[in-house]
Design a protein around this ligand. Structure first.
Ligand SMILES: C[S@@+](CC[C@H](N)C(=O)[O-])C[C@H]1O[C@@H](n2cnc3c(N)ncnc32)[C@H](O)[C@@H]1O
Length: 337
């Protein structure tokens, strides 16, 4: 039998995931990438600027150098690699928000509950924190602001593609349910000057959305409506959008939301679901990781097209078309049956 040590393989990299997430989190939260965007710096300069212990920061930067986030020159100065530049707060599609969020205790600890979630089927976040994610966010403004920022960034990346892919020209009014900080509504309104919108979300979310709508330049055409989609949603819109909403919930809760929408909707209105679809078969798919994220965070799930067809059918909708929007994200157009 050989006693040669094995070369590092895929499993070793996978098992390092927890370390790498925290390393990137710490650098991003300290603001190291923003400091390095000013100029290459020694660890002493950086530690002073971001308020860190010199030796500990050096070890973190050295580890991140070895995985391609920073690079250190012969004089000892660190600078950003191209990948590391994505952590700058002013980067296009900045990853700083996700990097901070995924390592924060409230998010990170929920993942530590996956073992129990798999044994019991109970959402890990609820078990670990004793409260569901959205109730937690309602009472923790800092966490809520991070969460809304991550969603806003993710949605901004696909919103223009949704606005370009779907023909909104005959529509006057949009209702974006669980619309967060308005990224999707903004892209649709910008591309369709004839439209106005209602942005419907939990009261603590819409309270903070006003400033964002001003920045997005749609405040005069977008009304904020606080509410709970398990109770009721506003009626009267030509198009109702739900982006990354149904995947947050199990089938029973998802049906309850869709049935409330169906009750308030005119027969001629259209419902657009913007979600990742799990591909048939065993094809590799990032959505399968997002699916487990739903098991951890909200108790929802990612679904196949057939599962969406069944869910929508049970709530009184028929799918008219399914179009690919961007990456794995699809737009499912449905109408009242
Ligand atoms: C995953 S985020 C999606 C946000 C937005 N649609 C996007 O894609 O950026 C889910 C949204 O649903 C909202 N939400 C959760 N529970 C809700 C409820 N009971 N009534 C209304 N909105 C709710 C959250 O506040 C959050 O903004």
């Amino acid at each position: 039998m050989t006693t040669e040590p094995k070369k590092e393989g895929a499993l070793d990299t996978l098992l390092s995931g927890y370390r790498l997430t925290q390393l990137v989190h710490v650098a991003a939260k300290l603001g190291v990438p923003d400091q390095l965007a000013l100029r290459p710096q020694t660890v002493d300069e950086l530690a002073l600027a971001v308020g860190a212990n010199v030796d500990a920061l050096h070890r973190v930067l050295r580890a991140l150098d070895s995985v391609g986030i920073f690079t250190q020159d012969a004089s000892g100065k660190f600078s950003l690699t191209e990948e590391g530049s994505r952590l700058r707060s002013d980067a296009v599609d900045s990853m700083r928000g996700p990097a901070i969020t995924y390592g924060e205790a409230w998010w990170w600890q929920a993942w530590g509950g996956l073992y129990d979630a798999v044994r019991t089927g109970v959402t890990a976040f609820d078990t670990v924190h004793g409260v569901d994610l959205f109730s937690y966010l309602s009472r923790e403004p800092q966490a809520a602001s991070l969460f809304d920022g991550v969603m806003h960034g993710m949605t901004t990346r696909v919103a223009a593609a949704v606005a370009a892919r779907y023909d909104f020209s005959a529509a006057r009014t949009l209702l974006d349910i669980g619309g967060g900080q308005g990224a999707l509504a903004a892209a649709i309104l910008r591309a369709n000057p004839q439209m106005s919108a209602l942005l419907f979300d939990r009261p603590t979310v819409v309270e903070r959305a006003d400033k964002r709508l001003q920045e997005l330049g749609i405040a005069d055409r977008c009304k904020l409506v606080p509410g709970d989609f398990f109770v009721s949603v506003p009626g009267g819109a030509d198009i109702v959008t739900l982006k990354d909403i149904i995947h947050d919930w199990d089938d029973e809760r998802a049906r309850a939301i869709l049935s409330n929408i169906r009750r308030s909707m005119a027969g001629t209105a259209k419902l657009l679901l913007i979600e990742r679809l799990i591909p048939p078969g065993n094809a590799p798919s990032y959505g399968k990781l997002v699916d487990v994220t739903m098991l951890v965070l909200t108790g929802g799930r990612e679904r196949t097209e057939d599962e969406y067809r069944a869910l929508l059918g049970a709530a009184g909708f028929t799918i008219r078309s399914v179009m690919s929007v961007s990456g794995e994200t699809s737009l499912i157009e449905a109408e009242p049956t």
